[in-house]
Design a protein around this ligand. Structure first.
Ligand SMILES: *Cc1c(COP(=O)(O)O)cnc(C)c1O
Length: 365
């Protein structure tokens, strides 16, 4: 008997998520000591010192279960975002809430729509529940909302949209996205994944929370993993109508967010200085890398996030491997349908410089 034959059909066909290579793994493999990781869109400034202090003080209570209602974090989020407490669903990272949406709204009779080059978690959570995935071809690397709308019929229950998208960094304007929401039938749940919301500075970029009152079928997801620098603790959230939040909370594990994550995220939310410094540094780094790529004649996709997808003009896998030997971890994105691109997270200005020198050696320019 093969275990695989026992698995449900969606799981048998599932391609597992490929995370960025951890620093410790490269250390073990190559015996390198000076390694920089620009592979997982983590905050190069680290966590807020206030979040770290809160996590430290939480250590004395590790024998207790966390607050399963997430009262303090949800209260702080509600105040900060101007929404009601009942509209928030906490997750073990926002990946968790994306999965809750799939489990609450999709089954083998249903389909989900998303874009080519979109975030890898959408196909995974869709397939895991046995639903059909309908993938719209990208438009200039980004979401083609008309093509996506064209895939929506009676069977579609969920549309996943990343704004900005990972790994491309492309973003949708207020007008485009608002129009798309207006086109969606009421039985379609639209998930707008704003994992990079805090970083975005483009003036036409919308805050999807402002549409929740008009669209009861909208779910907006955000995370503490990126600009808030808490990827290791795993905490994210969804904001929706209270009715949708109630459904998401029914499938949520009662203690899905751990106690250190709850207190650290609450403290991080209050540390506006750290967030502002992180966003500023990211803007500088985007300019630095963008200018350096242009100077080298390398094309890149304009990005609103904390990363850039650069076309290295040849298959990117060997370039990725050679960068590893230089002690620089970036992300190959062939599995996203972009075999000549590497996705580089914006680091500190120094880390960006180290990456560029290594890239020059590797590309021989
Ligand atoms: C990083 C990322 C997430 C968030 O992951 P977490 O589970 O919150 O760490 C969600 N969506 C996109 C598009 C991302 O890039």
């Amino acid at each position: 008997m093969k275990a695989e034959q026992l698995a449900v059909a969606g799981v048998r066909r599932l391609q597992p998520y490929q995370p960025g290579k951890p620093i410790s793994e490269l250390e073990r493999e190559l015996g390198l000591t000076r390694i920089i990781k620009l592979a997982s869109n983590e905050n190069p400034l680290g966590s807020s010192p206030k979040a770290l202090a809160a996590a430290r003080s939480g250590l004395s209570e590790l024998h207790l279960y966390p607050d399963g209602s997430g009262f303090e974090l949800k209260t702080a989020l509600a105040a900060k975002l101007g929404v009601d407490f009942e509209q928030i669903t906490l997750g073990n990272g926002s990946n968790d809430v994306l999965e809750l949406a799939a489990r609450a709204f999709l089954s083998a009779e249903h389909a989900a729509v998303f874009s080519e080059h979109a975030f890898a978690v959408y196909p995974i959570v869709t397939q895991a529940v046995g639903a059909q995935a309908r993938i719209a071809p990208a438009l200039r690397y980004g979401h083609d909302l008309d093509a996506m709308a064209g895939l929506v019929d009676r069977n579609v229950r969920v549309v996943f949209i990343a704004n900005p998208n990972n790994p491309t960094g492309t973003w949708l304007s207020r007008e485009e996205l608002r129009r798309f929401l207006g086109l969606m039938p009421e039985q379609v749940i639209v998930v707008i994944d704003e994992a990079y919301f805090e970083y975005v500075r483009e003036p036409d970029y919308p805050n999807a929370l402002t549409w929740l009152d008009q669209f009861p079928n909208l779910i907006v997801t955000r995370t503490f993993s990126k600009a808030y620098g808490l990827a290791g603790l795993r905490v994210g959230y969804a904001v929706s109508s209270p009715e949708v939040a109630d459904l998401l909370n029914r499938v949520r594990q009662p203690f899905n967010v751990n106690s250190l994550a709850l207190v650290a995220a609450t403290a991080a939310l209050a540390d506006e200085d750290h967030l502002a410094r992180s966003v500023h540094l990211n803007g500088e780094g985007l300019k630095q890398l963008g200018a350096a790529f242009s100077q080298r004649g390398l094309r890149f996709i304009p990005s609103a996030g904390n990363f850039l997808a650069v076309d290295v003009g040849r298959p990117a896998a060997p370039v990725y491997e050679a960068l590893l030997r230089e002690g620089v971890i970036v992300r190959p994105i062939a599995n996203y349908g972009l075999p000549n691109h590497l996705r580089v997270t914006i680091g500190t200005l120094e880390e960006n410089g180290i990456f560029l020198s290594a890239l020059d050696r590797v590309l021989g320019s």
